[in-house]
Design a protein around this ligand. Structure first.
Ligand code: ZN
Length: 388
């Protein structure tokens, strides 16, 4: 067992093994994508799309809109009711898409080119969400939200630009959506790909292109939150070594990966902490397949191994504009957190920055002072009582 408090920095600098990190305390992280990205604006837009031949309602993501101040406030309130063993509430890592399409400017040019509107400059076109930015700020300053970087467009710009240039029929669907200020609905047009991954030929963008997109996103993030991003999750989880390298250059130190199953948390050869989501808490998209019991079991299995429970819960789960996903999710998440707290008296809620601090120094600053834990490589460690 390694006592991180003494000498782990030296060890971690030399240690480039992908072996997993095992923590002496049960740690719970909540990671959530797609904040700030607009979808279908409201019922009126939905009806106008139906009139234009796009009948929505077949898939949960047809009801993806954008969170409201009320959605965000209700989430904050629920999180604030919970406490870990140090008295700290859970912290949701919210990965933001830091720009939307500038629909008005694109309309002026017949929807032939892409233009972005930074989130820092407000919402595009007729989109309105009174008090939303203040709600983000309230949750962040009260410590229950922690902003991370998702990207600028979510879709692959070069894939979309190539289709627009050919005037392909499928690009017509995109233009119909754009007229109603909806950027895309991915399941209806998977050819748009993900920000760093072009499905045409199934390839990642070149390193220089990714680096340029990531520099732009990092700058827009800074403009939105007045600080640099520290944690990132690639749209669609499509990230390769070039993505990581560009993130690292922009100051990112925590990489969020999807569906890791039992993938261990580790420090990669660039010194970045690799986290893997291991509990899918997605009632909005899972529908009747969602099981609170299974989520709690998955979390427990990871905690028993000394691996943090990394909960994935996308922003759609908290939307209420087109369909009330929010209230069922809040009820389920409330029960889930209560279960974890009851089962693990020494539970710690951490965000990505805390976990990085813990992994590299053996401690982090909690709400009520320094929290310490021991960390080791998997296979060399048995869970022991940690110290605070
Ligand atoms: Zn996403």
């Amino acid at each position: 067992m390694l006592n991180i408090g003494r000498g782990f920095n030296a060890i971690s600098r030399k240690w480039k093994s992908p072996a997993g990190l095992v923590f002496s305390r049960p740690l719970v992280l909540l990671q959530s994508d797609d904040w700030g990205r607009v979808g279908v604006r409201d019922r009126d837009a939905m009806e106008r799309l139906a009139a234009a031949g796009v009948k929505l309602g077949e898939h949960p993501y047809d009801f993806y809109s954008l969170e409201t101040a009320e959605d965000v406030g209700a989430l904050q309130e629920m999180l604030c009711r919970h406490r870990d063993s140090t008295g700290r509430p859970p912290c949701l890592v919210m990965n933001f898409v830091v720009a939307n399409l500038d629909f008005a400017r694109m309309a002026d040019e017949g929807f032939r080119k892409l233009y972005l509107q930074p989130l820092a400059d407000g919402l595009p076109g007729k989109w309105e969400r009174p008090g939303l930015f203040e709600a983000y700020r309230n949750g962040t300053s009260s410590g229950v939200f922690y902003p991370g970087l998702h990207g600028s467009t979510h879709f692959c710009r070069s894939a979309v630009e190539a289709k627009l240039a050919t005037d392909d029929k499928v690009a017509g669907l995109l233009r119909t959506l754009w007229r109603e200020e909806t950027p895309y609905i991915h399941w209806r047009m998977p050819w748009i790909g993900f920000e760093y991954w072009n499905p045409e030929g199934g390839r990642f963008l070149e390193g220089t292109e990714q680096a340029s997109l990531i520099r732009e996103s990092a700058e827009l993030f800074r403009k939105t939150f007045s600080k640099a991003a520290f944690s990132a999750c690639a749209p669609g989880y499509r990230a390769n070594r070039d993505t990581r390298s560009a993130w690292e250059q922009c100051g990112i130190r925590v990489v969020q990966n999807g569906g890791g199953g039992t993938s261990p948390i580790s420090i990669d050869d660039m010194g970045m902490l690799e986290t893997f989501r291991n509990v899918d808490f997605e009632p909005a998209t899972a529908g009747s397949r969602f099981s609170l019991h299974d989520c709690a079991q998955r979390a427990q299995e990871n905690l028993d191994r000394g691996t943090p429970a990394v909960i994935s819960v996308h922003a759609i789960n908290f939307h209420s504009t087109l369909r009330d996903f929010r209230n069922p999710t809040l009820m389920l998440l409330d029960r889930f957190l209560s279960l974890l707290e009851a089962r693990c008296p020494d539970l710690l809620y951490v965000n990505d920055a805390d976990l990085y601090e813990l992994a590299t120094t053996g401690r982090y600053e909690g709400l009520h002072g320094t929290v310490q834990a021991t960390v080791s490589q998997s296979g060399l460690f048995r869970r022991v009582a940690g110290r605070r």
